[in-house]
Design a protein around this ligand. Structure first.
Ligand SMILES: Cc1ncc(C[n+]2csc(CCOP(=O)(O)OP(=O)(O)O)c2C)c(N)n1
Ligand SMILES: [Mg+2]
Length: 549
């Protein structure tokens, strides 16, 4: 069996459903093998999009997103999306070609400065990179790489194969198998120590981060909080770890982005239990979040401990395993010993968020738009995919429920994430409504992937915030550069018309009153729809307004 055939058989064995990418001469042999397989190739318009699709596919399905790409430009087009997945913890399994090994150094087609150039680049943005150099290495190296991709903190891995290796015969033990390494869990003594600390604390609080969503520990988090009356505050990445209206959910923990009463709760808590957060710049409101009480930090990756906040106890564990083991132990004890008194926040002081900012330019208020999106998808299983820029800032105001997810870049923050990301989300969760919210600038980067969605009949709703500017940046130019808008206005086009003439449904919305009908039409349309919303860019998202002042 040739290596190219083995690769497809290997992916089948791992229950891979989709491969994202674009063929090139160097990987045509693998694409040829795909024709014989049930694995679907999702051919994109740009390999960067394959990266974003695979990233969100992985975040939603909790399985690696597989990318297949050709040497040189193909592989390097995936770099930015790989970096995004690395920073924001998503599992990509990237199979990238290199030039024929027998031609290295001769100036062959797609060749870079050295044969190691691709590997060197990917070493910086993956948790593991390796090269398959001969047919007798393929079995072991693919199994190892896949196992590494699936275990621990989800992050990308890069597997490089020179073109001539695809043609070699596979040699070795076809039954070679690696025993799955379970994600870390707390030791018994750690659980006991944790419970002693919890029992003696008077005002514990949970900071819930993206790790809770990655390990699908939302139910356990809610059960823990409800049973013991422990309030939850979330990071930005952790927003959908807990329904917005859950009575113990206090909102964001980062100063600048949240209610001062929440910041005070964290400050005055005698025990902060941080789960699945790396305490990054946005999560901590530019590192201004203060913790005075004891900090117990639970994370799958020990390199995150004591980086920004020194902790009294570090527990290296997967969030779900930690919470279920602790819950199990508590359930065996007298639960009342752990139960706290929960004081809700003063609703008179928190009710601000119910007032929607009206448009001052007679255009659409993004605040009203977000609220209408929330109403339209209420009680419906939905995934909202945001992008860099103000789309994600506004999206953070969305009230979400159980069975709803927000996935938006917030650590590495690359523009162009949302349209391909939404396609990945729908493939991973076909029964969910998938709504992509992106700025016009971000749409210009990867919006052509709507053609991919149309070709493959992948029903997503794309909402473009049309303001003809990089609004997030003009806000900073207003604040810091005397309103001098250097290169932040952009040329756009008629987004709705584009989709209408290319096999989808386009709707133009210029007033608040028209939002609801547009959302209804898009929801009931059995194809790809785009709602182009003429946005009042003078309105500043609440999470940025404090920065503006
Ligand atoms: C690939 C990439 N290039 C540049 C940036 C810097 N950047 C951050 S937000 C932003 C503007 C986003 O504009 P748009 O998508 O129109 O959203 P808006 O803020 O206008 O709603 C830019 C250029 C980035 N994050 N990613
Ligand atoms: Mg814009």
């Amino acid at each position: 069996m040739k290596v190219s055939e083995y690769i497809v058989k290997f992916l089948e064995k791992k229950d891979v459903t989709y491969v994202f990418g674009i063929p090139g001469a160097h990987v045509l042999s693998v694409y040829d093998e795909l024709l014989k397989s049930d694995i679907q190739s999702i051919q994109v318009t740009h390999e960067q999009s394959a990266g974003f699709m695979a990233d969100v596919y992985s975040r939603v399905s909790h399985k690696p997103g597989v990318i297949l790409t050709t040497a040189g430009p193909g592989v390097l087009n995936v770099v930015n999306a790989t970096a995004q997945a690395f920073v924001e913890s998503s599992a990509l399994f990237i199979i990238g070609a290199n030039c024929k090994k027998k031609l290295w150094g001769k100036g062959c087609y797609h060749e870079l400065k050295t044969p190691d150039a691709q590997m060197n680049i990917f070493n910086q943005i993956t948790k593991f990179s390796t090269r398959i150099f001969a047919g007798d290495e393929v079995i072991q190296k693919m199994e190892n790489a896949y196992a590494i991709c699936c275990e621990g903190r989800p992050r990308p891995i890069f597997l490089e194969i020179p073109e001539d290796v695809f043609e070699e015969d596979v040699k070795g033990d076809f039954n070679y198998n690696i025993k799955k390494v379970e994600n870390p869990k707390p030791s018994e003594s750690e659980v006991n120590e944790f419970l002693i600390k919890l029992k003696s604390s008077k005002s514990p609080i949970i900071i819930s981060g993206g790790g809770v969503i990655i390990s699908a520990a939302q139910d356990e988090l809610i059960e823990f909080s409800k049973k013991l009356n422990v309030p939850i505050t979330t990071t930005i990445m952790g927003k959908s770890s807990c329904p917005s209206l859950f009575e113990y959910n206090l909102g964001f923990c980062g100063p600048f982005f949240s209610n001062p009463m929440v910041i005070n709760r964290v400050l005055n808590s005698d025990l902060v239990i941080a789960i699945g957060t790396r305490f990054d710049e946005l999560a901590t409101g530019f590192f201004t979040l203060k913790i005075q009480g004891k900090l117990i930090h639970v994370d799958i990756d020990p390199s995150e401990f004591n980086k920004n906040y020194s902790c009294d106890m570090a527990i290296c564990s997967d969030a779900k395993r930690f919470l279920s083991i602790v819950l199990n132990k508590i359930n065996q004890n007298n639960i009342n010993e752990y139960k706290k008194v929960f004081l809700p926040l003063d609703t008179k002081l928190t009710s601000d968020s119910n007032k929607k900012l009206p448009s001052i330019k007679n255009k659409v208020s993004p605040d009203v738009l977000i609220s209408e999106i929330g109403k339209c998808f209420i009680n419906k299983e939905s995934i909202f995919v945001g992008d860099a820029g103000n789309s994600s800032s506004w999206l953070l105001g969305l009230q979400i429920q159980k069975n709803q997810l927000i996935i938006t870049p917030s650590g590495y923050n690359s523009m162009g994430f949302s349209v391909p990301g939404a396609i990945g989300a729908k493939l991973a969760s076909p029964n969910s409504n998938v709504i992509c919210l992106c700025g016009d600038g971000s749409f210009l980067m990867t919006g052509l992937e709507l053609l991919t969605a149309i070709a493959k009949k992948i029903k997503i709703i794309c909402i473009v915030l049309h303001d003809k500017e990089y609004n997030m940046l003009t806000i900073f130019q207003d604040k810091n550069y005397g309103g001098r808008y250097s290169d932040t206005f952009i040329n756009t086009f008629n987004f709705a018309e584009f989709i209408n003439t290319n096999g989808g449904l386009g709707i133009l919305v210029s007033k608040d009153e028209d939002i609801t009908l547009a959302l209804k039409k898009a929801s009931s349309y059995e194809g790809v729809s785009l709602i182009e919303v003429m946005i009042d860019s003078d309105l500043v998202p609440p999470i940025l307004s404090k920065l503006k002042n």
